[in-house]
Design a protein around this ligand. Structure first.
Ligand code: G4P
Length: 527
């Protein structure tokens, strides 16, 4: 393999969580270990001062939420780690879902007090769809959380994944004393705001050893012995193949804000997390180790500089070597492009790069040539699969408020939907434009951006739909009849695929039952 050395040192992943579980804090600790930032609080204070690397848009600055998905690259123990940030706000969940198509594994943060929350459930669904390997970090052990065994059971049940504890906590809240590393049989005693050097790690090869009692007291030592015996009996050794297949998730306990238990996880992560994986395309499987370059766009970021209407397309390199100034084939447009200023994303700045390898994310300047899902190759025609659109949850009619600006509005909404900000459906037999989003905030973003970037004023009118389903059938006539009969509830997406817009679950289930020859899909592969 030509680029084996580069590929085998790369790990590309995302941290996901329900808001407030500690994703930002954990990200910061990772960056500290990677030397990408020097001081604790750097990521946070960026957020407060509204100059975070991910603060690309005005609206984001105004609201102080992370709309953007940015990429942080750092090195740790000879590994090159690409950490793809995801917006925590639920209204931008679709952005997160798409980012998950560009990573090879994820770290899921669960708050030990709140357990599994709504957003955790949805994110895990996406991971399960793709069999993404997951490591779980149970955070905030310094607070009085749920019983550890109950918590594991809750996560297994709610997230439909088997867990495998790698560390085990000694109490929680005020009595939190540390974690026992079940793998290398060592004890790390809890100190707040630890720098996580190896000094406070005590090797305990035999749990019966009296050192344990001396360190954490008789009662807790006895409890730990009992817990470990139980855990060892139930779980045994971690089977890393099951982890890589997305069947078993290793679990770590800790406290991100205190940088406690994070290093254990990071060290295991670099050991077991997958290197850039082979990927399915419409034509054949593309091995990461192939000589020829290929990659796909999973995210488009608009208007980095408000004076220009530039966009940055985020390209995940899947195989071969990406080089600056070389021509690559844009499969959808059947045209060759080259990029003179491709960006790499270090934690604090964007640097022009000369080349990039599988697992890397490159930022490409774009003047409107890219859509989410676009593929670049060295000439071969294929698309990477598994980059779906998910059904929106809120639907509104787009109403033009200024007939003089119809063209601008059309252009604006087309470009925004290309970026994946929202989905656009057109009702059959009419010109009604229906915008589908995951959250209310997205409508505000659209309205704001149409006005500021395209000088087009619009408003939205609520529509009574709750879900969009993409339709396919082997019997074209049945499908056509259905669409004709259900005209007010159907339309097409931007790529001309037929869609049924359901008013409620009841209606949807009824239609599914009444139309056995039609398949109702809850996600659409973009290609
Ligand atoms: P998010 O990105 O997932 O939304 O969460 P974030 O890291 O911003 O953390 C949410 C809050 O939880 C923050 O408090 C953070 O300090 C706190 N936190 C993170 N890890 C731990 C932990 O291990 N233990 C405890 N007790 N708290 C933790 P905040 O009050 O919102 O912000 P701040 O003012 O403390 O920075």
């Amino acid at each position: 393999m030509k680029y084996e050395k580069e590929i085998s040192r790369r790990k590309t992943f995302a941290i996901i969580s329900h808001p407030d579980a500690g994703k930002t804090t954990l990200t910061e600790k990772f960056l500290l270990f990677g030397g990408a930032i020097q001081t604790a609080g750097a990521v946070k204070s960026n957020k407060i001062k509204k100059h975070a690397t991910s603060d690309f848009m005005d609206i984001e600055r105004q609201r102080g939420i992370s709309v953007a998905t940015s990429v942080m690259t750092f090195e740790y123990k000879d590994f090159l780690i690409n950490l793809l940030d995801t917006p925590g706000h639920k209204d931008f969940a679709e952005d997160t879902y798409r980012t998950l198509t560009a990573v090879d594994s994820v770290v899921l943060v669960v708050d030990s007090v709140n357990g599994v929350e709504a957003q955790t459930r949805r994110l895990m669904e996406v991971c399960r769809m793709r069999d993404t390997p997951v490591i779980v970090f149970i955070n905030k052990m310094d607070r009085d959380g749920k019983n550890r065994f109950d918590l594991l059971e809750e996560i297994e049940k709610e997230l439909k994944i088997s867990l495998h504890p790698m560390t085990w906590p000694i109490n929680s809240g005020k009595d939190f004393k540390g974690v026992y590393n079940l793998d290398d049989k060592s004890l790390r005693l809890f100190t707040a705001n630890t720098k996580a050097d190896d000094e406070d790690v005590i090797a305990i090869s035999d749990l019966a050893d009296a050192t344990l009692d001396a360190r954490i007291g008789d009662r807790d030592a006895a409890q730990l012995r009992e817990d470990v015996e139980l855990i060892d009996g139930v779980y045994g050794q971690l089977n890393s193949a099951d982890y890589l297949d997305g069947k078993i998730a290793p679990v770590f306990f800790g406290s991100a804000v205190n940088n406690f238990g994070v290093k254990e996880m990071l060290d295991t992560f670099i050991r077991i997390a997958p290197t850039p994986r082979d990927r399915e395309t419409t034509r054949r499987e593309i091995a990461a180790g192939e000589d020829k370059f290929s990659g796909f766009v999973f995210k488009i970021h608009a208007n980095l500089d408000p004076k220009h209407r530039d966009r940055i397309a985020f390209l995940r390199v899947c195989s071969g070597k990406f080089e600056r100034n070389r021509y690559y084939h844009h499969v959808r447009l059947d045209k060759d492009f080259r990029f003179s200023n491709p960006y790499t994303f270090m934690a604090r700045s964007k640097d022009v790069i000369e080349d990039a390898f599988p697992g890397d994310v490159v930022g490409l300047f774009d003047t409107g040539n890219f859509k989410i899902g676009d593929t670049l190759t060295e000439g071969e025609d294929f698309y990477f699969t598994g980059i779906p659109s998910f059904s929106p949850e809120i639907f509104k009619e787009l109403v033009n408020k200024d007939p003089m600006k119809t063209k601008q509005l059309e252009k604006g909404i087309r470009q925004l939907t290309d970026e994946g900000v929202a989905q656009l459906f057109t009702q059959f037999g009419g010109t009604k434009k229906i915008i589908g989003c995951v959250g209310e905030l997205q409508f505000e973003v659209i309205q704001y951006r149409l006005l500021h970037e395209y000088s087009a004023a619009c408003e939205f009118r609520a529509l009574p739909f709750y879900k969009a389903c993409w339709l396919t059938s082997n019997d074209q006539k049945k499908l056509d009849d259905f669409l004709r009969f259900k005209q007010t509830n159907s339309g097409e997406d931007k790529d001309g695929h037929p869609v049924y817009l359901a008013q409620s679950e009841w209606f949807l289930n009824t239609e599914i039952q009444n139309n056995p020859d039609i398949q109702f899909h809850f996600t659409s592969e973009i290609h």
